[in-house]
Unconditional design. Structure first.
Length: 202
């Protein structure tokens, strides 16, 4: 039997536990049945979850000793990454995290006590977010510039000290070499969030 099939079988067991109201966060690594149930991709730990129409991937935890920037993939094993489960990045040392547009839910305390976390980038619509996902986190959160789902109601503090940025984010510019004796030149860069070209005065 392939590893993927075994993983799917273990996902059924997870679904049964959820029906019995056993939170995934209550399970330690020692409680997990086998390493076929919790898969790993780089520093991430994830599980398969069934929905009415599809099979999804939920991020359940991570290697909390890794000190680097993390880009969460939009798919793993061909399945969309849709949920960041309760406490999955709690206490982790990532300095920045990019969240794909497939994520539709972030559960309680997902980033709690991420004292190294300085930057979070959302690539898509505002997901459903629990009230304390950023507890004890001080960071700047970047969201898509032209996305109307990021309302004032969505952009709350969520238990942390969060600076929301819905403007264009440009990491580097190139000169347009158009300065004259009477006029300042301009420089152009690409927004790393929406991809739009942004031109400013040098």
């Amino acid at each position: 039997m392939s590893k993927r099939i075994i993983s799917l079988c273990m996902a059924v067991l997870l679904l049964c536990s959820l029906m019995l109201n056993i939170p995934a966060s209550a399970l330690s690594d020692d409680d997990l049945p086998t390493d076929y149930w919790v898969e790993e991709w780089g520093p991430l730990k994830y599980i398969y979850a069934f929905t009415e129409v599809d099979l999804e991937v939920h991020i359940i935890g991570c290697d909390k000793t890794v000190e680097e920037e993390l880009t969460i993939p939009d798919t793993l094993d061909g399945c969309n990454v849709t949920v960041l489960m309760e406490g999955c990045f709690s206490g982790a040392k990532f300095t920045a995290i990019s969240i794909p547009d497939t994520v539709r839910e972030i559960q309680a305390g997902a980033f709690r006590d991420g004292i190294s976390l300085q930057k979070i980038v959302f690539q898509g619509n505002a997901p459903e977010m629990s009230g304390d996902i950023f507890e004890n986190v001080t960071a700047t959160v970047f969201v898509p510039c032209t996305n109307d789902t990021w309302t004032e109601e969505a952009m709350q503090q969520y238990g942390g000290s969060i600076t929301w940025n819905k403007g264009h984010t440009v990491e580097s510019y190139r000169s347009n070499q158009d300065a004259t004796c009477v006029k300042d030149g301009t420089q152009t860069g690409e927004c790393t969030v929406c991809g739009e070209a942004v031109t400013v005065t040098e």
